[in-house]
Every structure is written in C-alpha cells, then in structure tokens.
Design a protein around this ligand. Structure first.
Ligand SMILES: [Zn+2]
Length: 81
C-alpha cells in the first residue's frame, strides 16, 4: 500500500547552492588555502603570505605588472583546481 510521493519542488533538479570550496596550495610552498572564488582564496591566503612570504610582499621591485601576472597565474591554477 506504500504510495511513493514525488516531493514538490523537484529539488534534485535545482542546482546545488551550497558553498563549493576549493582548496589550493600557496604558489610558493605547500600551505593550502580555501575559497569559493579566486578572490576568497586570495583573501584566505593573504595572512599566510604576509607571515611566510613577507619578503616577497615587500619586494618593491614587484610592480603592478608582476602583481597582475601573479593574479593571472594563480587564477588559472584556481580555475583548474
Ligand atoms: Zn606559502
């Protein structure tokens, strides 16, 4: 007598909205940071970078171009993760 009821809303068809965190290593060492987007990942990595790679951060020879290259390289890594 069991009647299978199809749940209203067909939730299985709705794309998952939960956070889809990616874990990606620092580009200079094996420490990992998590983020749902590349921006989140960068934010999560920043404190580690300041602490472990302060010399890189404060290297004044790293101009805007290097920063943009870093972002492009790491965005590509993040997207591929
Ligand atoms: Zn690192």
């Amino acid at each position: 007598m069991a009647i299978l009821r199809i749940q209203r809303g067909a939730s299985a068809l709705v794309p998952k909205l939960r956070n889809d965190m990616k874990t990606l290593k620092c580009d200079l060492c094996d420490v990992t940071a998590e983020g749902e987007t590349f921006e989140d990942w960068m934010t999560a990595l920043r404190p580690h970078y300041m602490e472990a790679h302060a010399d890189v951060m404060s290297d004044s020879s790293r101009g805007k171009e290097e920063m943009e290259k870093w972002m492009a390289d790491n965005r590509a890594r993040f997207d591929a993760a």
